[in-house]
Design a protein around this ligand. Structure first.
Ligand code: MRU
Length: 356
């Protein structure tokens, strides 16, 4: 099995994030010491990818609240909630951020009855230890979910297939293995000889900088293409399946993912190519009825016109529109791969079943 680089490390009571904005040039880990460090790291995409954001938020809220010296349980919960709200404002679309923060808060609230520690000081130490353990659990659950998604996804693929992917839903977007790249790693280990095509993924180049980097490093055959080349590789007959990740799947099966994903799905339908969206159950949001209800993050225009080149790519001050995600309608998604199995339409009926 390839050696997997982790985007989040917790070692000797310190939290580190791999700065993904420096990839593929440099592998640098940043220490996260306070809530501002974490907010900036999420907003600036130093840590990115829905599951990785969730895991970082879980460890992060523990790290950012472990120095709180509250006067009682209610005071601790109030201070914890303030940090939670602040971190939750860093990015709006990936539901894993909110999922992980809510789960940490639920854990905290569930400790309300644990008053058997002699003193509030003793109870406070216990609460912090429990929060740390919950973050570790979230991390380990994500490793396991990604591995299972890899196995489930591999059941849909055959040796020698040409696979197109968009953005990066690989090991560095999760705790380990990735979501839609997990079956490629497992298949590679079993000699499947996939031919992967990675869309560069404008404007922030997650496909070029991250997917091409991690697959290449693992020895998987990967060809980098510009986003506008997806149609030609499909028409050439080089693509047998499309695999992508997801930031939030609504109850009806509409899935938000990196901008450009919906165009790839529409093309795949036109060419009769199966389109698989990899969605851990932590990314399914039954409280969001349809894709129209998903808040799509809009980012600053500089990312579109002057991010990666020294020379201006467009006239200074040009008007821009920079949505970070789009929604692929459920009707374009051949199947949803989760850690609990492969889900087929009708999604409004079958997604709730997988969450039980
Ligand atoms: O803006 P990003 O890089 O956080 O967007 C990431 C994606 O769109 C991924 O495909 C998605 O989060 C799934 S990661 C397993």
């Amino acid at each position: 099995m390839a050696s997997f680089i982790s985007p989040i490390r917790y070692e000797n009571e310190k939290m580190y994030l791999l700065d993904q904005t420096l990839l593929p040039g440099q592998e640098v880990y940043l220490e996260i010491e306070n809530k501002k460090d974490l907010w900036d790291a999420i907003y600036e995409l130093k840590v990115r990818g829905a599951p990785a954001i969730g895991v970082a938020a879980a460890y992060g809220i523990y790290v950012c609240t472990r120095d709180i010296m509250a006067v009682n349980f209610e005071d601790f919960c109030g201070k914890f909630h303030e940090v939670k709200e602040y971190l939750a404002s860093s990015r709006p679309t990936a539901v894993n951020l909110f999922w992980a923060l809510n789960r940490m808060e639920e854990k905290l609230l569930s400790l309300a009855g644990d008053r058997d520690y002699g003193s509030w000081e003793g109870e406070q130490v216990h609460i912090k230890q429990m929060l740390k353990e919950e973050a570790e659990k979230i991390y380990q659950e994500d490793v396991k979910a990604c591995y299972e998604m890899g196995r489930n996804g591999l059941s849909l693929l055959k040796p020698g297939m040409g696979i197109l992917t968009h953005c990066n839903a690989g090991t560095i977007a999760t705790a380990k293995y990735g979501t839609c790249l997990a079956p490629l790693y497992l298949g590679h280990e079993q000699g499947y000889d996939f031919k992967v095509f990675a869309d560069e993924t404008r404007p922030l180049l997650q496909g070029a900088r991250l997917t091409a980097w991690e697959l290449n490093k693992a020895g998987i055959d990967v060809t980098l293409i510009c986003d506008n080349m997806a149609s030609i590789v499909m028409k050439n007959g080089w693509i047998n399946a499309v695999v992508v990740g997801c930031d939030r799947m609504a109850a009806n099966g509409d899935g938000a993912n990196k901008i450009g994903t919906s165009g790839v799905a529409i093309l795949a339908k036109e060419y009769g190519i199966p389109f698989y969206m990899f969605v851990p159950t932590s990314t399914i949001d039954l409280n969001t009825p349809t894709g129209k209800d998903i808040h799509i993050e809009e980012r600053k225009g500089e990312e579109v016109y002057k991010m990666w080149y020294e020379k201006p790519m467009a006239p200074e001050g040009i008007k821009t529109y920079n949505p970070a995600f789009d929604v692929t309608d459920a009707r374009y998604i051949t199947a949803v791969v989760t850690e609990k199995g492969v889900v087929y339409p009708p999604y409004d009926v079958n997604l709730p079943k997988v969450l039980k």
